[in-house]
Design a protein around this ligand. Structure first.
Ligand SMILES: [Zn+2]
Length: 214
């Protein structure tokens, strides 16, 4: 199946970093990987790039991101697409993290200090990854139950985000991730779920034009 490439991976440097991470995943070498990413991002401090790779424990996670997780074997398209797309999210994280840490190093902080500060962002990145995987598994379960056209269900309680509220009552294809992400992964505490299609022609992408992109 053709995995929908997320917009997060659409920038040329992020795609190039994802390529480096993929190529380096089998024979991971921090020095070579740092140098390769440094060619793509020449304005970054190499110590910041190396710190970003260290924070993400890249020698282990690269392999996890580029191979199918055996626990996901036999699951559907959405979970597999998320799995193969994770390397792009990881590349986007390394691009942003190395910028943040380059800025902090310029302000005179030590590598140890900037890595400690960066942990908050890294935790958010990992939480988002877990959300993407969990929500993709729910989409696959809903596909098995209701078919390839699914309906977006949000909560209408005042805490709902504008994106989720707009998507509620619209439909999406189980084989093409909506721009805002799968239901349940739009933001850290997204409570949306996939369900049977609504009796409408309204689509999730059509209802969320111009809104935050996953
Ligand atoms: Zn939501």
């Amino acid at each position: 199946m053709s995995a929908p490439v997320s917009s997060v991976a659409s920038s040329i440097p992020v795609k190039a970093i994802a390529g480096v991470l993929t190529r380096m995943s089998k024979t991971y070498n921090p020095t070579a990987t740092t140098a390769a990413i440094g060619l793509i991002l020449p304005a970054r401090d190499p110590r910041a790039i190396r710190a970003a790779l260290a924070l993400t424990d890249h020698d282990k996670t690269a392999k996890r991101g580029t191979r199918h997780n055996p626990r996901l074997k036999g699951t559907g398209d959405a979970a597999r697409a998320v799995q193969s797309d994770e390397i792009n999210y990881r590349a986007a994280y390394i691009e942003k993290a190395s910028q943040r840490m380059t800025d902090s190093l310029k302000s005179g902080k030590t590598v140890r200090e900037v890595m400690r500060e960066e942990r908050t962002y890294y935790k958010a990145h990992e939480l988002a990854r877990a959300n993407r995987q969990a929500s993709a598994l729910k989409v696959d379960a809903a596909t098995a139950a209701f078919g390839g056209l699914l309906g977006w269900r949000s909560r209408d309680d005042g805490k709902v985000s504008p994106e989720c509220k707009a998507a509620h009552g619209a439909n999406f294809s189980a084989t093409s991730r909506p721009r805002i992400g799968w239901p349940g992964s739009v933001h850290p505490h997204c409570r949306c779920l996939p369900g049977p299609a609504w009796a409408t022609k309204r689509t999730v992408d059509g209802s969320t034009i111009g809104m935050k992109v996953a």
